[in-house]
Design a protein. Structure first.
Length: 674
């Protein structure tokens, strides 16, 4: 959603430039390098720039120890999850030397492994044991983690490894200064536990990987737009702009889009429980950045790729623009959330690639036509998204340029352009101006083309009334937004209030499936937020025109379809029996082909299918086992496909069946927090 960005009024712009003449001259600059240079040189800007981009260490011995102590208290009280989360904070704040080691660090990690062991998360605990040892866990108490390793391996049923771990424990105890009595006890207990483990059945109690994170397969991909199925075709016309149609009949349930984002940013408030690099939900165990306490990762692989990539240019840097905006939002002067979220997205779009790459590719990023129907990579795709530049008010251009300039300063200091520039120079180099212009361009595109990345949330008992899902809660309520992303191919789809696809996310990767039958030639559309099932027409249309600057002319709006509350459960619009005919049966024959039909028989079948779907709905909840959910999804899809052959809108049954299908897909696939 789009909100008013920072200094958005003419008055603020005037104040910034100091005189009407300067402000006018800025507005009349025809090129971005010129505009950027003008803002850069304003004395007020120079002052702000001097404050910007300083690097501060966020590590703190005090914070690390304080959190470890809180964790210890929770641990003693048997609150293992809570303890683990405080140990994670302790780990994030602990100092790390250039050998990746630190005493506080290793102690906090070892404590977390104990909490994970109690939670029976043995694999995670084992990973933390290795992590603690690598982080320099003190020699004299190493037997503690060696002992825990034995128990974790037994817990996992990996008994051969457990035997070896016992030997390692014995060897370590041999060199330990621990009291002899204690040593004997530890050894005996471990051997005892191992014996018990051997006598149990040999079925390994492996913790299950997350099967819902598996990406579906796409039968055949589009020849030039690999994120699309080959059933989709990109078209252009003056009225609709770029849009996507079906080049054959598409059946409900077909996978139509699988796309990795050009850029994705996790929300700030999700950083403690998600990997910043791959968005994985990792509430119990995360690896922090070595230099700042802000970012957490799911493992060393993600950490490495973030730190060697985009994160090195933002790590520990104070962002003055960010703090100015944050302050203004708090004071209620502006609701700048929108600019704030695009702000880091634009930066990451730059820092994911090198300066050399942009120098090589600048023409394809800056000289583009929106009507072009293909692109070679995701950056060219971003460059081809609509930005409505001709309609952009000067005040917004100004706000976006301010954001770009603060980033530019950060990038200078972080060494993105080669040498680190600590002094604020009066002039910008050609390369800096290019990156400044790109930052602006990305911001402009992002305001109209950013998708929220979501994750499934568990159902609550109160969602159900009399065993039926409360219709008001049937929709998107059990998902949570965790970040933002740009998908150049998905963004080609126009909006419809009555969308025919359903989306879910695996990490930051989006998957879209057809949630209706889509006949050849029909447009594939997605929903930007207001759906026909819930919001009345005037509200939908005013939201769209405010946020996306267009008047909606989708089928839902043109036919003025009623929403779920106002539609009848009695089936009225029956479909013709002939599969190839799209006619509706009034009285006892098809309006299109005149074929006769027994209405009563059809209505009784509709009611039968609907009754079965309602039964399936009762089983479709977040506590169900994953294999069950996969079966349910199949079953629901099959019944819902039949219903689409029998019945047409408007009818409440059709809406509810569709929404049930969305629900089944959502529960069976994609990221979740439970
Ligand atoms: Zn990750
Ligand atoms: Zn960092
Ligand atoms: Zn509409
Ligand atoms: Zn017919």
């Amino acid at each position: 959603m789009l909100e008013t960005p920072l200094p958005s009024s003419e008055a603020k712009m005037l104040h910034f430039f100091g005189s009407e003449k300067e402000s006018k001259e800025f507005q009349q600059c025809s090129s971005f390098p010129e505009k950027i240079t003008r803002i850069w040189k304003v004395p007020l800007m120079q002052e702000l720039l001097k404050k910007s981009g300083k690097q501060v260490s966020q590590k703190s011995e005090g914070e690390s120890r304080r959190n470890r102590e809180i964790g210890n208290k929770h641990f003693q009280a048997g609150k293992w999850s809570l303890a683990a989360s405080y140990f994670s904070k302790a780990i994030a704040f602990a100092y790390v030397n250039d050998k990746q080691q630190g005493r506080d660090l290793s102690l906090a990690i070892a404590n977390r492994s104990a909490a994970l062991y109690r939670l029976e998360k043995y694999k995670l605990a084992l990973e933390d044991i290795d992590y603690a040892l690598d982080a320099g866990y003190p020699q004299d108490i190493r037997y503690k983690v060696f002992e825990r390793r034995v128990y974790c391996l037994i817990g996992l049923g990996r008994l051969e490894e457990a035997k070896k771990a016992v030997l390692q424990l014995q060897a370590d105890l041999g060199t330990s200064t621990l009291e002899e009595k204690k040593k004997v006890k530890i050894e005996m207990d471990a051997n005892e536990e191992l014996k018990k483990g051997m006598s149990k059945s040999s079925d390994a109690v492996e913790e299950e990987a997350e099967p819902w994170l598996k990406l579906p397969t796409m039968e055949k991909r589009h020849p030039t737009l690999p994120a699309f199925s080959s059933a989709l075709e990109l078209k252009y016309d003056e009225k609709k702009g770029r849009h996507v149609i079906a080049n054959r009949d598409i059946e409900c349930g077909e996978v139509l889009v699988i796309e990795n984002p050009a850029t994705a940013c996790l929300y700030y408030d999700k950083r403690e429980e998600h990997c910043d690099n791959c968005f994985k939900y990792i509430p119990l165990r995360q690896i922090p950045c070595d230099h700042c306490s802000a970012l957490r990762f799911c493992g060393f692989q993600c950490k490495k790729s973030a730190i060697e990539g985009y994160h090195q240019f933002e790590c520990g840097r104070e962002d003055v623009f960010e703090s100015v905006i944050g302050q203004m939002m708090q004071e209620g002067k502006t609701n700048a959330k929108g600019t704030k979220k695009f702000h880091r997205m634009a930066l990451k779009t730059v820092t994911q690639k090198s300066l050399a790459w942009f120098l090589k590719n600048k023409d394809k990023l800056l000289k583009v036509h929106n009507s072009t129907l293909s692109f070679r990579d995701e950056y060219e795709g971003v460059a081809r998204l609509v930005g409505h530049h001709e309609r952009m008010p000067q005040t917004r251009i100004f706000a976006f340029l301010m954001s770009s300039i603060f980033h530019l300063r950060n990038l200078q200091q972080a060494g993105y352009f080669g040498v680190k520039k600590n002094k604020v120079f009066e002039n910008l180099t050609e390369e800096e101006l290019l990156i400044g212009e790109l930052l602006y361009t990305f911001l402009e595109k992002m305001q109209f083309n950013t998708h929220s990345v979501t994750q499934g949330e568990p159902d609550k008992q109160t969602d159900f009334e009399n065993g039926l899902l409360n219709p008001g809660l049937l929709y998107e309520n059990r998902i949570r937004c965790i970040g933002n992303a740009v998908y150049p191919s998905l963004a080609m789809l126009n909006h419809s209030c009555y969308t025919n696809i359903y989306k879910f996310f695996v990490g930051p990767t989006v998957v879209a499936v057809a949630c209706q039958k889509i006949p050849v030639g029909n447009e594939i559309s997605e929903n930007y937020f207001p759906v026909v099932q819930i919001l009345p027409r005037p509200e939908r249309r005013s939201w769209l025109s405010q946020s996306y600057w267009f008047d909606c002319s989708c089928t839902g709006c043109l036919q003025n379809l009623p929403n779920i509350q106002n539609s009848d459960t009695i089936p009225t619009h029956l479909r013709c029996e002939r599969k190839e005919c799209s006619g509706i049966v009034t009285e006892h024959s098809c309006r299109l082909c005149s074929k006769k039909m027994d209405r009563e028989l059809r209505i009784s079948e509709i009611q039968e299918v609907w009754a079965r779907l309602k039964d399936l709905r009762k089983e479709c909840h977040s506590n169900a086992k994953h294999e069950e959910l996969l079966k349910l999804e199949k079953n629901i899809l099959q019944k819902y496909i039949r219903l689409q052959e029998l019945l047409s809108l408007p009818c409440r049954i059709m809406y509810e069946a569709e929404v049930l299908y969305w629900r089944a897909v959502r529960l069976a696939h994609g990221s979740r927090s439970y």
